[in-house]
Design a protein around this ligand. Structure first.
Ligand code: RRO
Length: 306
């Protein structure tokens, strides 16, 4: 299949920051490359300067998923180019580098740096961050997002994907602005802001970063609704994600209007789940609730599917 000019073997990719391909390669060796679970690999977010990330604890388990406050630990642009890029370039699928800047200048620096590299097939802009010049979250407002695209679009001809935040009034309006200002695709949803209370210190947050992002099955219905709403507003491709655990869930996002599906939190439980989903997806009929090659004798399930 084709996505923004990239030839992909199937429509399943990873959500940025949810699969450490370098660590996985170390653990599984060449077996990882031979049976790589994703059709394209989206890197974790890179910033211009190196970052330590947030103080621990960084994770909290929720009944329907996970809360994270990782805080963008990364080696920075120079470190990434020197250490991570050569390793990620060995993956057998196109590499999409996820970047985040705190000013338009930083965003342009990142897009230009990766836009020049043959190892990089495309870029994903993580817009869930404050613009320190305006104090606004870059992806929470259509004008901010449009201005960001104006600043970065001239710096590369590679596919530019905007990773939308669900923490705003209208992700669909932001998606429309991204499209109008030159984005090639949008991806959604990033995590929803949430918090957990420290069990031993009432009123204080558990996470070192205070609040964090909710992911996993708990947000799947929200992802479906937002993907459908965005599909009604834009013509560019959509990478849909949020709580996908099975081919059924992937099929539902595709039916809601996504072109690709991202798998994130579930990969922590089963690093091969994306491969299973990709293998089962062709047998999954739209809106059937069952695999086509199996006889399903159960009564149709209307309200709830697993
Ligand atoms: O690093 C993080 O804490 C983080 C990021 Br940048 C993001 O975009 N989404 C998320 O859930 N966590």
């Amino acid at each position: 299949m084709n996505f923004c000019g990239l030839e992909l073997a199937h429509p399943i990719v990873n959500g940025s920051g949810t699969f450490d391909a370098i660590a996985a390669r170390r653990a599984f060796g060449d077996a990882l490359l031979e049976r790589f679970p994703f059709a394209a690999f989206v890197s974790k977010t890179v910033t211009v300067e190196p970052r330590e990330g947030n103080p621990p604890p960084r994770l909290y388990e929720l009944p329907g998923g996970m809360l994270n406050s990782i805080g963008l630990p990364n080696k920075g642009l120079e470190g990434y180019l020197a250490h991570d890029l050569p390793e990620l370039a060995r993956l057998p699928v196109p590499l999409i580098v996820n970047v985040m800047g705190f000013t338009h200048e930083q965003e342009a620096t990142l897009v230009e740096a990766f836009g020049d590299r043959d190892e990089v097939a495309g870029l994903e802009l993580n817009v869930s961050c404050p613009n320190v010049e305006t104090g606004m979250i870059m992806g929470a407002d259509p004008h901010e997002t449009g201005a960001l695209l104006d600043a970065v679009r001239p710096h590369t001809r590679k596919p530019l994907i905007v990773k939308l935040t669900p923490n705003c009034t209208s992700p669909a309006a932001v998606a429309a602005a991204a499209e109008q200002h030159g984005a090639d695709a949008v991806s959604l949803i990033n995590t929803l802001r949430g918090m957990a209370i420290h069990p031993g210190r009432p009123g204080e947050p558990w996470l070192g970063g205070g609040t964090g992002g909710v992911s996993g099955p708990a947000i799947r219905a929200i992802a479906l609704a937002q993907v459908r709403e965005v599909r009604r507003r834009v013509r560019i491709p959509i990478v849909g994600m949020g709580g996908v655990q099975s081919a059924r869930h992937a099929r539902d996002l595709l039916d809601a209007g996504a072109d690709l599906v991202g798998v994130g939190t579930e990969s922590f439980r089963d690093p091969c789940v994306a491969a299973t989903i990709a293998a089962e997806l062709p047998r999954m009929q739209a809106n059937s609730g069952s695999l086509t090659s199996r006889q399903d004798t159960r009564a149709p399930r209307i309200a709830q599917r697993d």
